[in-house]
Design a protein around this ligand. Structure first.
Ligand SMILES: [Zn+2]
Length: 353
């Protein structure tokens, strides 16, 4: 259950300042030490916490500023993973940090996520959330069909990650973190062109059951699953999530977080079919545009969700992280405006309820 109607939160990442991007670049180019980098980021966490507090967000993150990327943090915790720079020609960034499993994988730095939470909590009185990748998402970024050792299949790597990520969740709970978020941009995407097929169901259920094994039996946390990018594109070319409903029925997560910028009939079908035990994360703020959504635009999207599931089951958040990769160059003031308009939208909606 949400702490309040129309709770506001973030998906996780915030754009990294240029000094951070430069340091990561140097590290990847010549192996320059990470100690200085982490020290600088630790001293920057109060700023990113203050930005979200000033915008009025209820549950905040550390912007994932202690990570080179939202998935890559896993690489910092394991043996056998190499890191490298991948040049890109993409929206607002020209590179990303790449990873590959190249040797035996074992955990070396247990509690890295809890460490993030502790550093953030020292700098805020707000509730905090910490995001972890799912085992499947980790594999899709770290396991490489060419570079990874022949004795370690993708499936074996996923199984290796289940207890490692589960342990991180337990340590987050022990550190007093209530809001634990999982990121999976792929779940429900395999064979999505044939949502009636056995292959689609098998892949969906496998992802869901694997995630359930990460969280089952861990009390005292509130779990979310961030799912940006609607998965199934039907003959009408409109992307939708509702084909994932059989997966949600068996998913042990408190709140899926959906992208809902263009709320449509497919979204209505999705929310009508969602188990009542689940709250709904309404991704109603555009994270990837230069334009800043107005409070009225944001409220209009969340209002549609609340009409179906009620204000007490509706949370507001951006449709995605504000910085999917380290190299993104986005002004933090723009993020502050977007978050501020989101909390104004939530106030408008609470006044109506
Ligand atoms: Zn996303």
């Amino acid at each position: 259950m949400l702490d309040r109607p129309f709770l506001t939160t973030v998906v996780g990442s915030m754009p990294r300042p240029k000094f951070f991007r430069d340091r990561v670049d140097r590290h990847l180019a010549d192996g320059a030490g990470e100690g200085d980098l982490l020290d600088l980021m630790d001293r920057s966490i109060p700023y990113v916490a203050a930005l979200q507090e000033a915008a009025g967000v209820d549950v905040i993150s550390d912007g994932e500023w202690r990570r080179k990327s939202y998935v890559g943090v896993i690489a910092e915790m394991l043996t056998g993973v190499e890191q490298f720079k991948v040049p890109l020609d993409s929206f607002r960034h020209d590179a990303r940090v790449g990873y590959a499993v190249i040797g035996p994988v074992a955990p070396t730095r247990e509690g890295l996520f809890a460490e993030e939470a502790v550093k953030l909590r020292r700098n805020t009185s707000k509730a905090v959330r910490v995001a972890l990748p799912t085992p499947h998402l980790t594999a899709s970024f770290l396991w490489d069909p060419v570079k990874s050792p022949p004795h370690c299949s993708e499936r074996e790597f996923i199984e290796t990650m289940v207890p490692i990520i589960r342990r991180e969740v337990e340590l987050l709970r022990d550190a007093g973190v209530r809001y634990v978020q999982f990121d999976d941009t792929r779940i429900g995407g395999a064979h999505a062109e044939e949502p009636e097929s056995v292959a689609y169901r098998d892949a969906l259920f496998d992802s869901v059951d694997t995630l359930n094994r990460v969280v089952d039996g861990i009390d005292g946390i509130y779990t979310s699953l961030h799912l940006c990018g609607k998965r199934h594109i039907g003959p009408d070319q409109v992307p939708r999530y509702d084909t994932m409903l059989p997966g949600f029925e068996r998913l042990h997560i408190d709140m899926p977080m959906f992208e809902m910028l263009q709320f449509d009939d497919y979204d209505r079908a999705l929310l009508c079919g969602l188990p009542e035990r689940m709250d709904v994360g309404c991704g109603c703020v555009a994270s990837k545009t230069f334009e800043v959504d107005t409070p009225a635009e944001i409220a209009a999207r969340a209002r549609e969700a609340a009409k179906i599931v009620g204000p007490e089951r509706t949370a507001l958040h951006p449709d995605c992280g504000f910085s999917p990769g380290t190299y993104f160059d986005i002004p933090l003031d723009e993020i502050y405006q977007k978050l501020g308009n989101m909390t104004r939208a939530a106030e408008m909606l609470r006044a109506e309820a």
